[in-house]
Every structure is written in structure tokens, then in C-alpha cells.
Design a protein around this ligand. Sequence first.
Ligand code: ZN
Length: 612
Amino acid sequence: MTRYFEVQQRDGAARIGKLLLGKTIQTPFIVDSRTLGSPESPIVDAGSLWKLGCAEAAREELNKIRNAVGDNSLVILPHQSFPPEVPDDVANSATKDLDFDITGPTGTTYRHSQRIRNSDLYVMEGAGCFENNARRFFNMLLEMKRDVAPDTAIYTPNICLPENVALLVYLGIDVLDNTKAIIAAHSDIYLTSAGRFHLDSLAELPCRCVACAGITVDELKSHDRRKRAKILEMHNLNAQESELALVREKIRAGTLREYIEGQCRTRPWLTALLRLADSEYNYAEENNPIARSNETLANSTESLSRVEIVRFATRVLERYTPPEADILVLLPCSAKKPYSISNSHWRFINAIGSNRRYVHEVIITSPIGIVPRELELTYPAAHYDTAVTGHWDAQEREWVAGCLEKYLTKNQYRTIIAHVEGAYREICETVSRRLGIEIIFTGSGNVSSHEALRRLKEEVEKHSDGRSRNVEERKKDMIRSIADYQFGEGAGTVLVPVGSIVKGPYPKYQIFVGKKQLVTLIPQYGTLAVTVEGTELMVPFGNYQVKIDDFVPKGSLLAPGVLEADPLIRPGDEVFICGEKALCVGRAVMSGTEMQRSGRGVAVDLRHVKKL
Ligand SMILES: [Zn+2]
């Protein structure tokens, strides 16, 4: 629990926060390493024991600094840094006498084998040594994030460059410094977010910052070493700061992921870092919002492994139960979303006609995989755009085939009709072969042709008997499926009980039992907003609950007020707050784990509060 650092906005592991010092510092932040020893700096390094000598001298130095800066600056405790290669037992024996009284905002050098203090900031020791070694850097970061509270800042010294700022922040680094950018300037290296250039290799200056605007590259080259370094330094620091400002904007806009999928190509180790982070699904998933207001862009291979895509596929498999139907119709996706309002889907639906009551529709799409019709509104199924060339690469095919294969292994139908063509058909054929199941193909070259639509109509007609669902039941299936997707399997039967009715025009459906409204479908995200009456029903269900003490919260619930929170909770989730004196429903601002482990910040924005 920290008093001097607060996270205000999260986007996956990335976050915007503030260090509450003499002057409030917005994070992510680049500290000036040239002033780290000065009491004027917001972050003051008390220094290395290699220089200070003994523990007693270190304590004296620390007291001196704290007396000078008070609570205005964060003080990094005296430390004895070792290269990462030094074995833990050697490093520990050398630092075992180090123990300091902590007062005011404090930073500590993190070493995994050492006792974890309640610091406001942790320093990744030797972070600069990890450049170009994605695995070691990521493993170290993973370990730190597991050990330290979520409301503490992470500082990676001596690694930041304009080219890697975006990815470092994406991975959850809050404080960086300008050491490397300054050293580069003194080696005639011109830094940009698109990579670094030796000054000699430049024919022009690809920047118009104040350092570059008034000078040509030839003039810069003609200066003596000292003057050159001064201008290069000014430019390098500007480049770093402007990239960081852009990254903060990307976090605010919810588009940092799209940006880093391109930005990481600057250097192979950055691309490797992104892939490693993706392979550790839980790393970014926990703080990834449940929905975004912006479009999800799938423009690279890595888009297939981003949290939104993997989470949707996982939930369809684990939480979703198809409605009772014997015929499955597989359909291709459409550019227009939700699919059912596109021209092509209108044609399919018309062809199926009144036999639609016997049919369950599932849409095949890259990169989402498969989308049951009931979830076509739910984020990100109606919120993505992808680069369409007509050609599907091997990885895309395998991902979508894998999704379909797992779905058909879990959910069985008497008849499967695939109204698809091209790559979609090849994917269905692959799955049919692998599972040894028969699939009837009706696409015939062009899924929208009269001939194809006639075949779809005939095949559906031929197999239409058995279980059927009327229009009202299909609407309820949709709400039930969304409830299961959002709150876990079984939530649908709680929020859409037997005897309930659906009101409202598509897609603004509301579920009523008598005069009591239980939920409303939010068309923008395809998620459910639950009323107090719905919340009362959800309490015995158990999931997505936050337990509080005997008080009545107002407006928002703060993290220190949380006794217990469901670890399933993600930012943006609809959550149910239960206490002795109040029952509330609202939207989570942080994950359930963070609510429990944090000492600061808004945990839930409340919508309805019922006093008990
Ligand atoms: Zn410049």
C-alpha cells in the first residue's frame, strides 16, 4: 500500500498515474538522470553503497536528504547494485545489514530475493543490461509485478530511448530516465521513435523540434564535438519526451496496442518483447478493459494474440452455451457490423426464412474466430476492423480453424450447413476432416448468388424439424448468452428467468419479471447493465462481487473500502457490491485483484445504491 503513487487510468499493463510529491508528477514520466542527486529533483537517489562506504554512512546520508527534501521528493534508498549476473547469495550477504527507517515517499531497488518493503516505487536493478535481451527483461518485470503491490510505480533506469518508450510503457513501466539518450548524443547518435541514426549517415534532419528547426544537418556536422553533442542532446531528449506524450495520448484513447504492434518493428528485441508478453496472457489481461469505445484494429500477426481476441475466443468456449437447436448454419463475416444488419446477412436470413426457428447461426471471421449470432453485438465482435486482401495466411487459418474445431468438439448438432466459400470453406473442410463430421456446403462459388441462396434454403428446409425457438425465445437466448459471457456460465438463467419477458426494440432489449426490470442491453458494447432488482438475484450467484464493510458508499467506491473482490473482475465490468448496510451495482475501474491489493484509487463507479 502506498501513499504517494496513484494509478488513474489502465489499459492492459500500461497506466497513467501520478506521484503525489511536492509537485504532482504525471506518470509515465522521464526523470532527468543528471539531477537525480540533487534535492531539486522529484526523485532523489540517495546513492550507492559502493560510494557511501558503510551502512552507517548510508543512514546518515539518507537522513540528510530526507531533512532537505521533506515529502517534496521521492528518495531512493541507498542501494548496493550488482550486475544481474551476480548470484543472489553473494548480493544478499553484501547487503544484509541494510535496513532503513522509511518516512515520506520512498523508492527501493528491487532484488527478487530481498524482503519487499512498502515502497512507493521499485527500481529494476541493472535494467540497462537487459536491452536486446527480451526474455531476461520480461522475466524480471514479471517477477517484480507479481511481488509488488499494483499501486507502486516501477522505474527501469538506463534503458529508455524514443524507439522503446511505447513498449516499455505498454508493459507497465511508470518511470524512465534520459541516461541512454544523453550518452547517445555524446556519441553522435541521432535518436527517433523510428530508430537511431549516426549523424554522419544523415542527409537531412528528420525532425522539426526546436533543436533541429534552426539548423541543417551539414551545419550540425560542422560544429565541434561539444557543440554538436549539446544540440543532439536537446533533440534526443525532445524526441523522447514527444514520444512519451504521444504514448500517454494513446493510453487515454485506448489505442496503445494498435500503436505498439507497429512501433515494436523498429527493433527485433522489442517485437520479441511484445510476443513474450502476449504469450503470458494473464499479464495484460487482468487490467485490459472489458470493452473500448474505439475500434479494435487487427493489422498484424500479433493482433491474433491480443487480449481482446483471445479473451473472446476463450469465453465463447468456456462460458457460452448454444441455444437448443439441431441445425447449425455457419456463415461468413461481413464488413458491416453487427453482421445481421449487413446486406449479405439479410440475404442469408431471408433465404432461411421461417425455418430460422430451427437454426442456430454462427459466423466465421478473422481474427475473432467464431461469433455465435447471440454475441454479435458483444465487444469486440461488432468493433473490429482488419486488413482484407482476400488472402488468409496460414496462422490466421489455423487460429480460426482451431476456434471452430474446439467449438464443434464441445457443442454437437445433428446437421451442420456451411454457407461459405473460399478460405472459409477450406477452414470448414479442415475441421470436418479433423473431427470426422459431415458438413453440407451450400456456398457454390458466391454465397450471395441466387443459386447459393436457393441451396441454403433447400438444405435448411430439408433438415427443419425437431427443436425450435420463436422470436421471443431467440431474443431471450441473446440476453442469456450475453449474461453468461459477461458473468459466467449460468448467469443467463438468473437474469433471464423462466416467465420473464423482453421489452424494447432491437437492440435495446430489457428483461422484466412482472413490473421489475432486471437488465438492459447496452447496444454500444453488447453488454448488460443490471438493475438493483437484477443485482439482488445475482448475489446468490456469487460471481463479480465486491464485499464492503458496514457503510453506505456514495458516488464511487474507493479501494481501501473493499474487503474482498472477485478476481474475475476486469476494468469496465459490471460488479455487485454487497455490505451490511448497502447493496450497489456499478462499473469496475480496476481489476478485482487490484481492488484488494491497492490502498488508493477509485475501485468502482456506482450506478445504483440501495440502503439496507
Ligand atoms: Zn529534433
